[in-house]
Write a protein that binds this ligand. Structure first.
Ligand SMILES: Cc1ncc(C[n+]2csc(CCOP(=O)(O)OP(=O)(O)O)c2C)c(N)n1
Ligand SMILES: CC(=O)[C@@H](O)[C@H](O)COP(=O)(O)O
Ligand SMILES: [Mg+2]
Length: 601
């Protein structure tokens, strides 16, 4: 189908976007109208994200590219994958989700990332980075085997995401095939934080025309074109048309600006990656009203690490591409030679830490729970098997809220507790986090993972004096007689509050601190003493903390006393963290209901 026939003249209409509900309608526009559509789409994104929040900068940067791709290619028959997917808001708006875009990331609303179940235009579900080239190559191979020679296959991937191991593995494979794949490298020279590494330097040289080497993509057998201006539709259209007319592995390098079209977002690209609420005209972020609230766990981690590093020269810090999110940025500022942002490279981050540990360093390797999933083998094979004392700080553990199913950190307790040698600790508050970090750097004979959630702690005074925590010890927070509640980590705070409603002396509460090793002695006493025991965790029930307690209860012949509260065997959707916890029945209300039922028995 030619996109240049059957055009509709929209000139009398003030708002083009109002009349575009699908790429079919988009393709009927005159090409000269597309810049106007881009402006309107950008405005639409800004209007919604200003109040509903979400990923702003990346999507503002891909508006023209999105329009050009859907204009030139025959989506959804042609397959289009957005790597990470946080830049796909324009894609969602133009592929039938404009009227519900204001539900983005809200409970019951559309996902903040592409999803196959949400639209036929979402060829592949994303959220974690650097998967797009593998997936699109898989689709291209399938088209070939199914004798579909017409279908086009396109992956859009950012400059930070293409530097990740998975993307390189896929390029390595792609270049050895004649698969019909077009990779679009959306190069804005930044990830969430500024891009790092040798590839970033190389891409900068390519842009300046000063790359001395052969083109790296050409060397990998991809037909390279670019760089071109990714905001100039008059450049994008003819180049995409040309690329559509040829076959084989191709890479188009486009240069874009993260945050394009909103001055503040262009200037402060790190903050405006996901800025929270802001004024849609000025871009000014809503002033924070929570100055009185406790600090975020991330900041407690970041400042504590600096404090410890000042006194312990063996400490190093490692983050795979999340220095701001994890607050490793504080150590990077204070000790630039000892703190490393390695880019989106979770596997490398873990094995890098292992290497450092072999030489007597004490690496704090801070990784979001959900992204550590990618480095599972490295945790087992490179760290635990060699019993290297790497200190994992597992950020965003538990329910993360609006990022939803792709980002929830609810599997780590299950996937880590089965690994020999590994200690697994979950602090209930800031003091516990600090003391856990302090204890770890005293020199443990094992690797340790310290898991803590996204967001704020509970203490105003967090800069407490350090104390050592005995590995495998728990804390009795409240004595009881009938029902014992065993909590792990931050969730214990809402539990402590919930049980205040019950008569003193009935309900006991224990902060178990360690998923591994469990405080067996304490558990033996508890199971002997109480009629019922409830374990509660912000992780999956299968194989998690409650399962570990059940193993001990079973040893004692008391398995029938235990009720496990945790996340059922399903993927949790997006919503505020509170809403999702409520739906998952791991909040204070669910616990109170359980207790009431047991007390009535
Ligand atoms: C495996 C994994 N690690 C980390 C992240 C967190 N993350 C999301 S977007 C992003 C930066 C992506 O940068 P780039 O690919 O350049 O895209 P841009 O945001 O610039 O459009 C990172 C690190 C992730 N989604 N997946
Ligand atoms: C798209 C992505 O993976 C990140 O931007 C993620 O949403 C960051 O999460 P936090 O907001 O918890 O840092
Ligand atoms: Mg980028």
């Amino acid at each position: 189908m030619s996109h240049f026939s059957d055009r509709i003249q929209f000139y009398p209409l003030k708002n083009l976007l109002e009349h575009i509900s699908s790429p079919d309608e988009l393709r009927r526009l005159d090409p000269d109208d597309l810049p106007r559509l881009a402006k309107e789409t950008r405005g639409f994104i800004i209007d919604i994200v200003a109040t509903k929040e979400g990923h702003l900068g990346a999507s503002l940067g891909t508006v023209e590219l999105t329009i050009a791709l859907h204009y030139v290619f025959d989506t959804p028959d042609d397959k289009l994958i957005w790597d990470v997917g946080h830049q796909a808001y324009g894609h969602k708006i133009l592929t039938g989700r404009k009227s519900i875009f204001d539900t983005n990331r809200q409970l019951g609303g559309i996902s903040g990332f592409p999803r196959r179940t949400e639209s036929e235009y979402d060829a592949f579900g994303t959220g974690h980075s650097s998967t797009s080239i593998s997936a699109i190559l898989g689709m291209a191979i399938a088209s070939r085997l199914q004798e579909n020679t017409e279908r086009q296959h396109i992956a859009v991937i950012g400059d930070a995401s293409i530097a990740s191991g998975m993307a390189f593995e896929a390029l390595n494979h792609l270049g050895s095939t004649d698969a019909n794949v077009l990779v679009i490298l959306n190069d804005n020279a930044i990830g969430i934080d500024p891009s790092v590494g040798a590839l970033k330097k190389y891409l900068t040289n390519v842009k300046k025309g000063t790359a001395k080497e052969e083109n790296i993509f050409e060397c990998l057998n991809l037909a390279y074109t670019g760089p071109i201006d990714g905001h100039d539709i008059s450049q994008l259209l003819p180049e995409l048309e040309r690329l559509k007319s040829v076959r084989g592995p191709r890479l188009l390098h486009v240069i874009t600006t993260k945050g394009k079209g909103l001055e503040k977002a262009e200037i402060d690209q790190v903050t405006y990656h996901a800025p929270g609420r802001f004024d849609r005209f000025s871009g000014e972020r809503e002033p924070s009203t929570d100055n009185e609230l406790p600090l975020k766990y991330q900041d407690v981690f970041g400042h504590t690490l600096v404090e410890l590093a000042e006194n312990n020269p063996k400490i190093t810090g490692i983050t795979p591409a999340m220095p701001t999110g994890s607050s490793l940025k504080y150590m990077m500022a204070e000790f630039p030679k000892r703190a490393f942002d390695v880019g989106i490279a979770e596997q490398h981050a873990v094995t890098l830490a292992a290497g450092m540990a072999t030489q007597g360093l004490m690496p704090f390797c801070v990784i979001y729970s959900t992204f550590l999933q990618r480095a599972y083998d490295q945790v087992i094979h490179d760290v635990a098997l060699q019993n290297l004392p790497v200190i994992f700080c597992i950020d965003r553990a538990g329910i993360v809220g609006q990022d939803g199913a792709t980002h929830n950190g609810i599997y780590d307790m299950a996937y880590l507790r089965c690994i020999p040698n590994l200690v697994l600790f979950a602090p209930m508050n800031e003091t516990e986090l600090r003391n856990g970090m302090f204890t770890a750097q005293l020199g443990l004979p094992h690797p340790i993972a310290i898991r803590y959630p996204r967001g704020r702690g509970v203490q105003q005074e967090w800069r407490t004096t350090f104390e050592t925590i005995e590995i495998g010890s728990s804390r009795e927070l409240r004595k009881g007689s009938k029902i014992a509640i065993l909590s792990i980590g931050h969730i214990g705070n809402s539990i402590a509050e919930a049980i205040e409603a019950f008569e003193a002396g009935q309900i006991g509460h224990y902060d178990m601190r360690f998923v591994k090793p469990l405080d067996k002695k304490r558990l033996y006493t508890i199971f002997e003493h109480y009629d019922f025991v409830i374990s509660i965790e912000d992780g999956c029930k299968a194989g998690g903390f409650g399962s570990a307690v059940l193993e001990i209860a079973n040893e004692m012949g008391h398995a029938n006393k235990l009720i496990i509260m945790g996340i059922d065997d399903l993927f949790l959707e997006h919503g505020t963290a509170g809403e999702v916890r409520h739906l998952a029945k791991i909040d204070a209300e669910a616990l109170k209901n359980r207790i009431k039922i047991l007390l009535d028995e």
